[in-house]
Design a protein around this ligand. Structure first.
Ligand SMILES: NC(=O)C1=CN([C@@H]2O[C@H](COP(=O)(O)OP(=O)(O)OC[C@H]3O[C@@H](n4cnc5c(N)ncnc54)[C@H](OP(=O)(O)O)[C@@H]3O)[C@@H](O)[C@H]2O)C=CC1
Ligand SMILES: O=C1O[C@H](COP(=O)(O)O)[C@@H](O)[C@H](O)[C@H]1O
Length: 492
């Protein structure tokens, strides 16, 4: 491998003693090194309030890697690149000491003054940290500085705007990398390739041939220990405003004139601008919200959402959302994009199903039967791959047809080496490729779309439907599709 291609940087993780750093960030950096995406010109500085030493921090990093990978080698050498600098991020003077440390590490690891500031902390600190980084001179280096921001990016449009203004006082848009980890998933990145590199699909990708598109992201897990956060969020803000709308934008966008960050983002922005706004008093025509009640999955009894820790026993927070989105442009007029996401459902699965229209005349029509539609299924997780459902001749019976499935699965990849979303996104950030991060315009348009829906729900304008844990959500979500003569396609 040509080491010239290795990006070099000091990565400062604010919130390095927290859950995200331990579960996702340390293993991702480790895999980047193991997979030779980065060489030895890197250092990681962890920030948190806990009074840890470098050794305690390195032990925590070691634990994180051992619990996330089957094979862990060269751990001592790897963790020797990690340093811990405890301080309260609201204390401006501590940034000066951090700056000294970064200067030293830059010399030791030959990182050419490049700095990534990764904010893996609660959003109320984002503005303070960004401004202190600028005021105390940490962004003034002879290399580049980039700011990586975790979700949630605001709670609604006004709060997101305020947050953005605070950050923009210190960093310009090109330096800001807003993470949406779905954009790092292999098969989400594959959407564009499937669409734009196949003569089989590209000409059909419009309202003449597509009946509807369904995007499902279902989880088996409940709210776990995130009750406090989730009570103020709910599935609409937690999943729809970001991951679900990003997938819709990738599915619906026009081919960009070039595969550059700006061109791709600009096409996604156009889709978000074309989303038909849902007015507060018509929310129940387009959206269903649900909350999990108790239930059973794989023989295990599960409690309802209102019995979870840090959840109000009378909570009205939605743990499930299904919606019908309409995109008012030439390509998609009349084609519903159905989305659904929820916790405590029957399966962990993220899938996109593109349902093609029926052919004009069905020669194989049998009384009382309809020919199954052609489906293109993009399996995002846990399986990765695509499935194409076609109709073929039934064995023996002349004139009879049968649905058959062509499967292309990514199973042939060695699971251990398939890059994880965070690994890819960190690598992109180190290389300065912001394509798979969200631009402010996308964030703002997504909030503009979801705000009237949450506003209507907060005013109690649509009832919250209850669904049993371990089911696939409330019946109302099935009814919404049935009214259009459609149905949810199974996800497992
Ligand atoms: N966990 C996850 O899977 C995901 C998390 N996110 C987002 O990532 C961010 C972090 O989440 P998560 O890791 O779960 O949170 P945790 O609560 O586990 O960690 C919070 C971190 O912030 C540090 N911290 C808090 N206050 C201060 C302060 N005043 N000064 C310095 N450090 C401080 C804590 O350090 P200490 O306790 O040592 O002070 C700790 O390291 C959040 O924005 C979350 O929404 C997004 C997607 C998934
Ligand atoms: O961003 C989030 O995503 C996870 C689901 O991510 P996945 O990669 O496991 O599909 C979700 O559990 C969490 O509530 C949300 O904040």
């Amino acid at each position: 491998m040509n080491t010239q291609q290795h990006p070099k940087s000091v990565i400062v993780i604010f919130g390095a003693t927290g859950d995200l750093a331990k579960r996702k960030l340390f293993p991702s950096i480790y895999r980047l090194v193991q997979n030779e995406k980065i060489g030895s010109e890197f250092a990681v500085v962890g920030v948190g309030r806990r009074p840890w030493t470098n050794d305690e921090f390195r032990n925590n990093v070691t634990d994180s890697i051992q619990s996330s990978t089957k094979e862990s080698k060269n751990l001592e050498e790897f963790t020797s690149h990690f340093y811990y600098h405890p301080f309260d991020v609201t204390n401006p003077s501590s940034y000066l000491e951090l700056n000294d440390l970064l200067g030293n590490l830059d010399g030791t690891y030959q990182t050419e003054g490049n700095r990534i500031f990764y904010l893996a902390m609660a959003p109320e600190f984002f503005g303070t940290i960004a401004q202190n980084l600028k005021k105390q001179g940490l962004t003034e280096t002879n290399g580049w500085s980039r700011l990586v921001i975790e979700k949630p990016f605001g709670h609604d449009l006004p709060s997101a705007r305020k947050l953005n203004q605070e950050i923009r006082e210190a960093f310009n848009e090109e330096q800001i990398y807003r993470i949406d980890h779905y954009l790092g998933k292999e098969m989400v990145q594959n959407i564009e390739v499937i669409r734009f590199a196949n003569a089989l699909f590209e000409p059909l990708w419009n309202n003449r041939y597509i009946s509807n598109i369904q995007v499902t992201s279902s989880e088996v897990l409940g709210v776990e220990d995130r009750g406090r956060y989730y009570e103020n969020s709910g599935a609409l803000r937690d999943m729809v405003q970001n991951h679900m709308l990003q997938m819709v934008a990738l599915l619906a966008m026009e081919p960009p004139i070039k595969l550059t960050t700006d061109e791709i983002r600009s096409e996604k922005v156009k889709v978000l601008r074309a989303l038909r706004p849902v007015k507060e008093d018509e929310v129940s025509n387009y959206f269903v919200r649900g909350q999990y009640a108790n239930g059973e999955l794989d023989g295990k009894q599960l409690v309802g959402y209102r019995e979870e820790n840090n959840v109000d026993p009378e909570s009205q927070t939605e743990t499930y959302v299904a919606g019908k989105l309409l995109i008012d442009n030439f390509r998609w007029a009349g084609v519903p994009f159905y989305i659904r996401t929820g916790k405590r459902l029957a399966a962990k699965s993220t899938k996109i199903v593109v349902q093609f229209k029926d052919i004009p005349m069905n020669l194989y029509y049998k009384k009382g039967e309809t020919l199954p539609p052609n489906l293109l299924v993009i399996n995002i997780q846990p399986d990765e791959g695509i499935t194409l459902q076609l109709n073929a001749k039934k064995d023996g019976d002349a004139g009879d047809s049968n649905p058959v499935q062509l499967d292309l699965s990514n199973d042939f990849h060695d699971g251990i080496n398939t890059p994880e979303a965070y690994e890819k996104l960190l690598y992109d950030c180190m290389r300065g490729d912001a394509t798979n991060f969200t631009h402010w315009d996308e964030v703002a348009l997504s909030w503009s779309f979801v705000d009237p829906i949450s506003e209507a729900w907060s005013k109690g304008k649509a009832a919250i439907a209850s669904y049993a844990s371990g089911s696939m959500g409330p019946k109302e979500a099935d009814d919404m599709l049935a009214e259009d003569g459609n149905q949810w396609w199974p996800v497992k």
